[in-house]
Write a protein that binds this ligand. Structure first.
Ligand code: NAD
Ligand code: 6OD
Length: 489
């Protein structure tokens, strides 16, 4: 046990509150308790929703967009000032390499607030001027109002990035929020509450609850009658539970859910670029990114060479503790998640996979054996309907299969209950234009993977989600849009 165990509080109506009921935040590196965490029950959920309602009706909801923009920048400044603390919080909870927290998670937390501040300042509005039968005219214009109280529920894989990806636009649109981060990764959200407390954001506009999903803060929040919307990122089956919970009230939902993403490498691809791209897309953050590639289709003419190159580069990846120099993969987020991933290692063998590399837990012979590591793993030889090829593993695994024709691979790529992202590796521009409209995913990357401009739409089809977030799409999804129609002559 670490010596000075603290308890992370809830943040409700501008106050930090400790509850009697707590749970433990466990390090996936050492297995030790990092801290205790206050768990919100129904009473705390109710207090948070009431305080948010008051803020949206009487304070924050009435701010001018330019005032909201200033507040978002204040929050970004606050994160920037405590950059290194956020890095350490993210690394402690997730075990991810420090470089990832420094180059992705915390910079994106800041960028999320800055992006939506600048979108507010740009001040989008539409108007349509119509001529009607009696010769008079109609001026139509839209006004955007907050939805009201938005419940924001986030997962553990990119804790600060994904939480702020929702908080920033939801606040930008004038909503008041009740947020619940994953029980696995409460620390960066707790820091964010400290940062927000130091800004001039009105009390109640941002509330933070900790706890679990079922029979805990998550479910209590989505079942609360006075929320107006749920913005959720996580597993598809959780999304479906939440949808059922809010169906009675016909509440707005925005869902970013799971994926079983494909990559297609054509014979004309830049070979080295494609190999490096697949290594990154399969093993980034130990495969714990919703857009990670778990299905790879490679043209038969280059298949054997590609598998060998991928094996070589995968075996060169450094799997080690978060602070190791040049580390590529840290441990998985938890021992529970490692059990899930290793169960797929076993299943792959039962399903008849050839294990090209990995497929187990690395042995170091020292304290590192206490961490939740798994080996980056490549399989071949499975049929398209195998569970390892159709179910989301959410770890550092991919299956590679050969294909012969464009038509054939298109059918195989689309043959999934998910529809989040796909990457295509080819030098043929006509092929890109021909294929991309036929791929049933919300995102298609060509000769790249996880390249982001935060103004672009992000989201999935089928079991991968509902709605699009990003830039103005986010503002719209967190707004009630009213058309005003004025007759004049
Ligand atoms: P999860 O669904 O288990 O949990 C996500 C959050 O929902 C947590 O805060 C959890 O406490 C809460 N929750 C669980 N059950 C709930 C319930 N019944 N009611 C209300 N809240 C509930 O997901 P996870 O394991 O934390 O995250 C991994 C999953 O998230 C993967 O499937 C991954 O693909 C997906 N994901 C998708 C995206 C995307 O943008 N599409 C991004 C990140 C993660
Ligand atoms: O980069 C983003 O905006 C985003 N929503 C990433 C999602 C990652 C899923 O794990």
């Amino acid at each position: 046990m670490i010596e000075d165990i603290k308890t992370l509080p809830l943040y409700i109506n501008g106050h930090f509150i400790n509850t009697k009921k707590t749970f433990k935040n466990i390090s996936p590196v050492t297995g030790q308790v990092l801290c205790e965490v206050s768990e919100a029950g129904m009473d705390e959920v109710d207090q948070a929703v009431r305080s948010a309602r008051h803020a949206v009706d009487h304070a924050w909801g009435k701010y001018h967009p330019s005032q909201r923009a200033d507040l978002l920048d204040e929050i970004a400044d606050g994160i920037e000032k405590r950059f290194e603390e956020f890095v350490q919080a993210e690394v402690a909870d997730t075990g991810r390499p420090i470089y990832l927290a420094r180059t992705l998670d915390v910079p994106r937390g800041i960028a999320n607030f800055r992006t939506f501040a600048s979108i507010l300042r740009a001040g989008v509005s539409e108007s349509v001027d119509s001529l009607i039968g009696d010769g008079s005219r109609l001026l139509n214009y839209t006004v955007r109002k907050p939805l009201g109280v938005v419940a924001v529920i986030s997962p553990w894989n990119l804790p600060l990035l994904l939480l702020t990806w929702k908080i920033a636009p939801a606040l930008a649109a004038g909503n008041a929020l009740v947020c619940k981060p994953s029980e696995e990764t409460p620390s960066s959200a707790a820091l964010l509450a400290q940062v927000i407390e130091q800004t001039s954001l009105p009390k109640g506009a941002f509330n933070l609850l900790h706890g679990f999903g079922n029979h805990s803060a998550g479910a209590f929040l989505t079942q609360h009658p006075d929320i107006d919307a749920v913005s959720f990122t996580g597993e598809s089956k959780t999304g479906s539970h939440i949808m059922a919970a809010v169906a009675g009230g016909v509440k707005e939902v925005s869902f970013e859910l799971g994926g079983k993403n494909a990559a297609v490498v054509f014979e004309d691809a830049d070979f080295d670029q494609a190999v490096a791209g697949i290594v990154k897309s399969a093993f980034y953050n130990s495969g714990q990114v919703c857009m990670c590639t778990e299905r790879v289709y490679v043209h038969r003419t280059i298949f054997d060479r590609f598998v060998q190159a991928l094996k070589q580069q995968t075996e060169a990846l450094i799997v080690d503790l978060p602070d190791t120099e040049n580390v590529d993969l840290g441990p998985l987020v938890s021992y529970k998640h490692r059990d899930k991933v290793t169960s797929y290692f076993e299943l792959a063998r039962q399903e008849g996979a050839t294990v090209i590399t990995g497929g187990g837990i690395p042995v170091f012979g020292d304290d590192r054996d206490k961490a939740a590591f798994v080996q980056p793993t490549i399989w071949t030889g499975l049929p398209d309907h195998a569970r390892c090829v159709t179910e989301e593993v959410f770890g550092p695994v991919c299956h590679i299969a050969p294909f012969d024709t464009e038509e054939e691979v298109l059918v195989r790529v689309n043959d999934s209950k998910y529809g989040l992202a796909c990457s295509i590796w080819t030098e043929n521009v006509s092929r890109v234009h021909r294929l991309t409209p036929q791929i049933h995913t919300g995102i298609v990357w060509v000769n790249t993977w996880y390249s982001r401009d935060l103004r672009t739409p992000f989201g999935g089809t089928r079991l991968s989600g509902l709605g699009r977030e990003g830039g103005q799409y986010s503002i719209d999804s967190y707004s009630e849009i009213t058309n005003v129609c004025i007759k004049y002559s």
